[in-house]
Design a protein around this ligand. Structure first.
Ligand code: MSP
Length: 474
């Protein structure tokens, strides 16, 4: 039987059209999913939209639309973007779907029946944009640290989930599972916050009507985060055979603003259900503009669809995976983007392919069937090194380093051509060209999870011998 691999990203709020900041997470997960499929795993890769809650309700009101009509429209933009970005997801889950509501009701009832939910009164601070409760000390001058807006005071009767009951176990799980949180810096952040007593989580809202009714009191709606986290169950058909096959998740890819929800809240819910933890929570930073998070709420967004229309999909994939650190914040500017495009894609990869194809066509050569053997020892060694570095980098989710090893191989080929001067048609020139064609086929293979379209194009050109610029210079 094939080994299984379940990877997910966070599900996005369809409050406004998606922006470039949303793309990083989907791309990181896409590379892992594609890589695992190549390695023969049975992969389930899920993404989707988080459609309930006060934030969405408010946006729909502002647009004078029914919430369902509102999310139908905006969720469509997300779905469309992932198609254009060439994301290879196996499921797109929307939390307003019936299949999801059913799972949520069943799971919440289960937690309730186990005696882990009780009635009380909630009074505290809330940021609608993150749909998150805050303590006074967590705010910056009364403002939410992510959205820089005042938090509102919420005071209402509510049901609470006994999160505090699991504090010790949560700390133990984090400490004992080496790869549970990547990178390790995020782990310390969470452990520091867990030094203070955990408070139980208010899981119902009285004043928010746009949500899944709370099973024990249908006048209330369920707190949107509990609803949202359970999407990871719905997508694998909880509690059926597919769930048994794919749970626990191998990787949840999330941004640093929602690490707490995925580690503490999610862990607490899973512990209360007696289910195993996801194996890895992979946390990325933000795409920033002048050091500020790119965000709809902050109004500094770049439209990824426009970018893709102008430059093509793979340059956008390349930039986000190469230039932006996988774990830290990274700034987007069009200047940096164009510089990478010209140096790495047009001059680096594109130029190498064109050069080799010209040499080959002057000699009536093209790539043979499959991957022919490479004779030159230096080239062979360089390929071996690149493959090894690539594998190690991907094992630790360092997408930028994996791409770095491919580009080292590209420069090695450039130097090899200069050194061998095959255009002089000396003895052995034919073999030099054959070796270079085969090396480019290896490069195309390594590029596959990152730049699937480009990888295809390279292989087609190598086989046909017909050259067409991959990335026209800007
Ligand atoms: N709906 C919740 C997630 C629920 S998951 C059970 C949410 N939605 S979101 O639309 O605000 O964000 C979705 C994901 O996109 C998050 O992981 C978030 O970190 C990521 N990004 C949103 N803006 C981003 C950047 N500017 N840069 C990188 N990723 C960021 O949170």
């Amino acid at each position: 039987m094939k080994k299984t691999f379940f990877i997910s990203t966070a599900i996005d709020y369809p409050s406004r059209k998606p922006h470039l900041g949303h793309c990083l997470e989907r791309l990181q997960a896409d590379v892992i999913a594609r890589y695992k499929r190549e390695q023969g795993f049975d992969v389930h890769f899920s993404i989707g939209t988080d459609e309930h809650g006060q934030k969405i309700q408010g946006y729909a009101e502002k647009a004078s639309k029914k919430p369902q009509d509102f999310v139908d429209e905006i969720s469509g933009y997300f779905k469309e973007l992932w198609k254009v970005l060439n994301i290879s997801n196996d499921d797109f889950i929307r939390t307003t779907e019936k299949r999801h509501q059913k799972v949520v009701e069943e799971v919440v009832q289960k937690i309730y029946d186990k005696g882990n939910i009780y009635e009380g009164k909630y009074k505290g601070l809330y940021c609608i944009d993150c749909e998150t409760y805050y303590l006074e000390k967590d705010l910056e001058n009364g403002n939410c640290p992510v959205h820089k807006k005042p938090a509102e005071i919420v005071e209402e009767d509510a049901y609470f989930f006994k999160l505090s009951k699991y504090q010790k176990q949560i700390i133990k799980q984090i400490k004992e599972n080496e790869n549970y949180i990547i990178p390790a810096s995020r782990k310390n952040e969470i452990l520091n916050r867990l030094k203070e007593p955990l408070r139980d989580l208010s899981i119902t809202r009285k004043t928010v009507s746009w949500g899944i009714p709370f099973p024990a009191d249908k006048d209330l709606t369920l707190f949107v985060w509990v609803d949202a986290l359970l999407n990871y169950f719905t997508t694998i058909n909880y509690p059926g055979a597919k769930f048994k096959k794919f749970w626990p998740a191998d990787v949840h890819v999330v941004g640093k603003d929602i690490t707490w929800h995925h580690i503490v809240v999610w862990n607490g819910l899973l512990l209360s259900l007696g289910l195993p933890l996801p194996k890895t929570i992979l946390v990325h930073g933000y795409i920033t503009v002048d050091g500020q998070k790119m965000s709809k709420s902050l109004g500094n967004v770049v439209d990824p669809v426009e970018l893709i229309e102008k430059y093509g999909v793979d340059p956008v994939r390349y930039f986000l995976l190469r230039e932006i650190s996988p774990f830290e914040d990274g700034d987007f500017t069009i200047e940096k983007f164009e510089a990478r495009y010209n140096s790495d894609l047009a001059s680096g990869l594109g130029n190498l392919l064109a050069r080799i194809l010209t040499l080959a066509s002057n000699n009536n050569q093209c790539l043979g069937v499959g991957h022919p053997n490479i004779e030159n020892k230096g080239l062979k060694k360089a390929i071996g090194l690149a493959q090894k570095g690539y594998k190690q980098a991907l094992y630790s989710f360092k997408f930028n380093e994996a791409l770095g090893t491919i580009w080292q191989l590209i420069s090695f080929c450039d130097k090899y051509i200069e050194q061998e001067r095959p255009w002089e048609e000396k003895q052995g020139s034919k073999q030099v060209i054959a070796d270079l064609l085969a090396t480019l086929a290896e490069i195309a293979d390594l590029l596959k999870p990152f730049l699937p379209e480009t990888s295809e194009k390279i292989l087609t050109q190598l086989k046909s011998g017909k050259s067409k610029p991959l990335f026209p210079r800007l």
